[in-house]
Structure formats: structure tokens, C-alpha cells
Design a protein around this ligand. Structure first.
Ligand SMILES: Cc1cc2nc3c(=O)[nH]c(=O)nc-3n(C[C@H](O)[C@H](O)[C@H](O)COP(=O)(O)OP(=O)(O)OC[C@H]3O[C@@H](n4cnc5c(N)ncnc54)[C@H](O)[C@@H]3O)c2cc1C
Length: 391
């Protein structure tokens, strides 16, 4: 692993920094208004595309820049330093759907979808989890049968983030139940405007509408939307999840570093547990803040190592689970310490993306979504450490 940046990378960093400084939106994302949120994220994604900053590591022929993963990392670092908003409505398209198509899609699928994603014209959602099939994803039952040149889908998905504002969905369906559960799954692109799709909201404990239940009744999807082959969806899904557990959370990791520095700043002014001195003068709080800063530095070092592996191996591996696990648990730790710093003031809850209390309530998903901490530990045990498989 080489942690020195080349002259070219340093120049790239400066260009990114200059552009973000003048172009990153300063106003907060309207997180409680789904339509306004989509419009906000779309405008920001479009601005990045128009200026040539969308899809840093995506192939040039589909609208990307064709640059290295290290340059992608530099972009994310400067993005976090500029306090630029994470366009979460486009997150699945940019970090799952797009990369999965690049790796497994047909030429027609790539040519149609990838430019739309980069231009902010198409938001995607992920239809993987079902009631009873989350960690054990391969047990999914949402059924599809072939009828002429279409798949006809009947069943249910749950926890589908942003389904209510999405144009397309990466959908996993059961096309064969006769053999082992990993065989007989198909990965298909579902147009969310297809007749027979019903979306019901689920509100989270921070009071925001982020995810949904999605019901499918005789939903007809062209067979040309299948990515890979019919019954070969598990292989494609594993590649989707490896992107999620690999580089997709980079921006969130770098945001966390900024959150810790902001928390240290708050602790310097907010009155601490003795009711007199700033919180940072409390020995226990000061030592926890120092530990958080050290752990963020460790996370950053692990991220560089992972990027280095990705560059050499041409794709993320199971090691991504180590970072995902460490990051998810650290986000929650940072917000627990934030509640200690705020003390009773934490009870003044406001649904604001900038509020530490909102951040605390929002932090719980980090050890669930995209594979729980227990599942990440299983992956690390089995695929990184070579321990015996779970029975
Ligand atoms: C904010 C958020 C957004 C999400 N967005 C989406 C989305 O857009 N699309 C989508 O498809 N899904 C989404 N999910 C769902 C997410 O992927 C699942 O919640 C997750 O995979 C866990 O599945 P589950 O909820 O069914 O829990 P379960 O699998 O039922 O797990 C329950 C508990 O049992 C433990 N457990 C289960 N199996 C094992 C095992 N083998 N070994 C050890 N422990 C085990 C788990 O760790 C957990 O603690 C989202 C979730 C959250 C929180």
C-alpha cells in the first residue's frame, strides 16, 4: 500500500476542491418532503454531471470520467471536506444499480441506464429484503413466472428505501423453487411505473418517511430487463452487495470524520455534566472524544488499504465487510458520546439533518442496512479469516 499521492492526484484534488467550494449547495436537504428532496438531489446530481464530475470511476462511454478508484476516493474526501450533501435519493442508482450494470449488464442496458443515472434523470431503489428474508436473503419468495417475453411478478418487498420517489428498482425474484435456494433467483430491472405496483410508507423513529413496503400484483417486466440470466440472480446480487460493502459507503465514512470534529467543537462550548465547565473539561468525555478521533483515523487507514486492494484486484472483496462493520458501530458510538455531551438538552428533539439528536436516532440503521453487524462478522469469519462455515 502506498499512501503518497502522485503529482497528478494532487492536482486532481485541487481541481475538485476549487469546483466544490463554489458549487456545492449550501442550503440543507429538505429531508421531510419526499418530492422536494428528490428535486434537490436531482438538481445537485445534474450540476455535477454538467460540470464533468459525475461517475469519476465509471467508463467514459457511458458518461463517466474513467478515472481510478483513488481519484474517486479523493473526490469523496473533498466532497466531505466541502460539506457537500449526500444525494441519498440517487444513492442506490450510483452505488448499486450502476456498478452492477457495469459489471453484469448487457450493452443495451448499460447504454440506456448508465447515462440517465449520472445525469440525475433516474433514481433507483433496492427490492431485495422481504418479511422473513433479510439476513437470509436467498430464502426470498417474491415469485416471477415467465409468460412469453415477460416475467410476471407477484409478492412483497419491505424496507425499500426511496421506493416512493424511484424510477427503477433492482428487484430480486424467485423464478425457480425446485432446487437449492441460491439457485432460482433472478435480478431484474423493474420500472416503478409498471401497473400492479403498490407502495405503502413506513415511518422511522425519527419521524421521517424513508422506506416502504412494496406489493406486486401481476407486474409484467420484459425479459430484456433481466441482468445476467434467469435463475442466475444470486451471483449478480452478490456483486451488488460487494459494491455496497466495498466502496459505496466512502462518503459516509468521510462525513463521520467531520462529525467527530464538529462534536469536539460543540463540547468546547456546551456546558458539561458539572453544570459549570464546558463538556470537554470533563475527563471522561475528553477521553471518549480522543478515542473517537483515533478510531476515525484508524477507519481512514483501513479505507486507504481497502482502496489499494480494490485497485489491485479490480473490484471489492470480502474485506469491505471489516470497514462496513467498524464504520457502522463507530457511527453509533459517536452519537452516543454526542448525547453525553448534550446531556438534558438532547431532550429538545428537532427533526433537522444537522441536529445531533436527529443524528443519534438516525444512527441505528448503520448496523442493520446492507447486512447487520452479525452478518458482517460471519462474512469476516468465514471469507477473510477462513473459519468454518456457520451451520
Ligand atoms: C435504514 C434501512 C434501509 C434499508 N433499505 C433497504 C432497501 O432499500 N432495500 C432492501 O431490500 N432492504 C433494505 N433494508 C433492509 C435490510 O437490508 C435488512 O433489514 C437487513 O438485511 C436485516 O434483515 P431483517 O431486518 O430481516 O433482520 P433479520 O434477518 O430477521 O435479523 C434479525 C436479527 O437476527 C440476526 N441474525 C440473522 N441471521 C443471523 C445469522 N446467520 N447469524 C447471526 N445473527 C443473525 C441479525 O443480525 C439481527 O440482529 C434497509 C434497512 C434499514 C435499517
Amino acid at each position: 500500500m502506498n499512501l503518497e499521492f502522485t503529482a497528478e492526484q494532487k492536482q486532481f484534488r485541487q481541481e475538485v476542491r476549487d469546483w466544490l467550494r463554489t458549487n456545492a449547495p449550501r442550503e440543507p436537504r429538505p429531508i421531510t418532503e419526499p418530492k422536494a428532496l428528490r428535486a434537490f438531489d436531482k438538481a445537485w446530481q445534474q450540476r455535477q454531471f454538467d460540470a464533468g464530475w459525475a461517475g469519476i470511476s465509471w467508463p467514459k462511454e457511458y458518461g463517466g470520467r474513467g478515472l481510478s478508484t483513488m481519484q474517486q476516493l479523493i473526490w469523496y474526501e473533498e466532497y466531505a471536506a466541502a460539506n457537500a450533501p449526500v444525494a441519498s435519493v440517487f444513492w442506490v442508482a450510483l452505488n448499486h444499480g450502476g456498478p452492477t450494470l457495469i459489471a453484469n449488464g448487457s450493452e443495451e442496458q448499460k447504454a440506456f441506464h448508465l447515462p440517465k443515472i449520472l445525469k440525475g434523470e433516474a433514481a433507483w431503489c433496492q427490492g431485495f429484503s422481504e418479511p422473513g428474508s433479510g439476513s437470509d436473503l436467498a430464502s426470498l419468495r417474491c415469485k416471477a413466472v415467465i409468460d412469453g417475453d415477460h416475467l410476471v411478478v407477484n409478492g412483497q418487498k419491505i424496507w425499500t428505501s426511496h421506493a416512493h420517489v424511484a424510477d427503477y428498482q433492482e428487484l430480486l425474484v424467485r423464478t425457480d423453487s425446485s432446487g437449492p435456494k441460491h439457485k432460482g433467483i433472478t435480478w431484474v430491472i423493474c420500472d416503478m411505473k409498471t401497473p400492479g405496483i403498490e407502495i405503502q410508507p413506513i415511518y422511522n423513529m425519527a419521524g421521517t418517511h424513508h422506506f416502504n413496503q412494496v406489493f406486486y400484483t401481476d407486474v409484467r417486466i420484459p425479459l430484456s430487463n433481466v441482468v445476467g440470466k434467469v435463475d442466475d440472480g444470486w451471483r449478480v446480487a452478490l456483486s451488488t452487495l460487494s459494491f455496497e460493502r466495498g466502496t459505496a459507503f466512502l462518503a459516509n465514512q468521510l462525513e463521520l470524520a467531520r462529525a467527530v470534529e464538529e462534536l469536539i467543537e460543540v463540547a468546547q462550548h456546551h456546558v458539561g455534566p458539572d453544570g459549570v465547565r464546558p463538556a470537554i473539561k470533563d475527563d471522561e468525555i475528553a477521553s471518549k472524544l480522543a478515542e473517537l478521533r483515533a478510531e476515525v483515523a484508524a477507519l481512514r487507514a483501513m479505507t486507504y488499504r481497502s482502496i489499494s486492494i480494490v485497485e489491485r484486484n479490480n473490484g471489492p472483496g470480502a474485506e469491505g465487510s471489516i470497514i462496513r462493520l467498524f464504520h457502522g458501530e463507530l457511527v453509533q458510538k459517536v452519537h452516543r458520546v454526542a448525547m453525553e455531551v448534550l446531556g438534558h438538552d438532547a431532550l429538545e428533539f428537532q427533526v433537522k439533518p444537522t441536529s445531533l439528536v436527529w443524528g443519534y436516532l438516525d444512527s441505528f440503521w448503520h448496523t442493520i442496512a446492507g447486512g447487520t453487524s452479525e452478518i458482517q462478522r460471519n462474512i469476516i469469519g468465514e471469507r477473510v479469516l477462513g473459519l468454518p462455515k456457520q451451520r
